[in-house]
Design a protein around this ligand. Structure first.
Ligand SMILES: Cc1cc2nc3c(=O)[nH]c(=O)nc-3n(C[C@H](O)[C@H](O)[C@H](O)COP(=O)(O)O)c2cc1C
Length: 315
């Protein structure tokens, strides 16, 4: 396929594997890039030296384009950006922060920059900051999310109405049918997160992958809205957060409850009750763990079949 996203990144399919803490290291990113999508290393859970190692291993594992996702609120952000510049990374997806701060630095080095937004207002700010594209991430998505709770179905057309740069849809997309819906709403590409957690190449703990496969409709909820909203599987940790919020806990109390290692404990070490398990609503539609290349191929085949089916409707 040839469109604004495939030509922006020089890839075969306009499917991006989302940067995800404790899930998307070099193995997953290179597998997706080798299969014709765009793989992203999730720097948010990596110390600077670890990020360098993942970039170097990814370069060895693929000669196709790949990128790095950086949440801009990361404490060692300067060091991560330096590593990206030193290692010659060509594509950077930024999130959770102001795109004005780092976009000019990255663009000056010839890097393609994409920012993740959860509202049309932030999409406009990102465009003004000079990014090449935006990811519009709806309420259904796994991981951190906007307070506005705008669903993908509403967010994509709202963002497409406002910006001229290409829009990549995210949140609730794990199949070719969902990808076709995103394209119908105006997106030129999709970013897929949760579906790629349930792959052998994801670095997440097998307990977490299995929890994703077992999750049913209604098993995830947007939580920690006072702090940084994040969609979680409802486990003991989630219940503790809810109780604290219901009894009026302030931001500091929530920060203490969250601690720093909850996400690692849940997603990387497999502590399913006391850890933080970030996943999207689409987990209800994920029924198996299968190779990343298979996930991508199935999405692409179903996307094409869906478009053909829609074209054949007697209207
Ligand atoms: C386990 C997990 C970790 C995530 N970590 C990050 C992250 O570090 N940076 C980021 O920008 N988004 C992160 N996200 C959000 C994804 O990049 C992506 O936008 C989202 O998963 C898309 O929605 P979906 O899960 O419905 O496919 C994470 C999502 C998941 C499921």
């Amino acid at each position: 396929m040839n469109n604004r996203i495939t030509s922006l990144f020089n890839i075969q399919y306009p499917v991006i594997q989302a940067g995800m803490i404790w899930a998307s290291g070099w193995r997953l990113a290179s597998a997706v890039s080798n299969a014709g999508g765009l793989g992203l290393i999730g720097a948010g859970s990596m110390y600077p030296a670890v990020l360098r190692e993942h970039i170097q291993k990814c370069k060895q594992a693929t000669d196709k384009p790949f990128g790095v996702n950086i949440p801009l609120l990361y404490p060692d952000i300067d060091q991560l950006i330096n590593i990206i510049l030193e290692e010659g990374v060509q594509i950077v997806f930024t999130s959770a922060g102001n795109p004005k701060t780092w976009t000019p630095v990255l663009k000056a080095a010839g890097i393609k920059v994409v920012h993740v937004v959860s509202s049309a207002a932030f999409a406009l700010k990102s465009e003004a900051a000079g990014v090449d594209a935006v990811v519009a991430e709806g309420f259904e998505a796994g991981g951190h999310n906007g307070r506005e709770e705008t669903t993908t179905m509403v967010l994509i057309p709202a963002v497409c109405e406002q910006v001229k740069i290409p829009v990549i849809a995210a949140g609730g997309i794990g199949s070719g049918k969902a990808m076709a819906a995103a394209f119908a709403l105006g997106a030129s590409g999709v970013q897929v997160g949760s579906r790629f957690v349930a792959t052998p190449e994801a670095s997440s703990h097998i307990n977490f992958k299995q929890a994703v496969v077992n999750a049913r409709e209604g098993d995830t909820m947007l939580s920690l809205k006072k702090l940084t909203p994040v969609r979680l599987i409802k486990n003991n940790f989630y219940q503790a957060v809810q109780q604290a919020e219901d009894s009026g806990a302030d931001v500091n109390a929530l920060k203490t409850l969250l601690g720093r290692a909850r996400a690692k404990s849940g997603m990387f070490e497999g502590n399913l009750e006391e850890g933080e398990l970030e996943i999207g609503q689409v987990s209800a539609l994920i029924h198996d763990i299968k190779p990343a290349a298979t996930v991508l191929a199935e999405i692409w085949t179903e996307f094409r079949e869906t478009i053909r089916h829609l074209n054949s409707l007697d209207i």
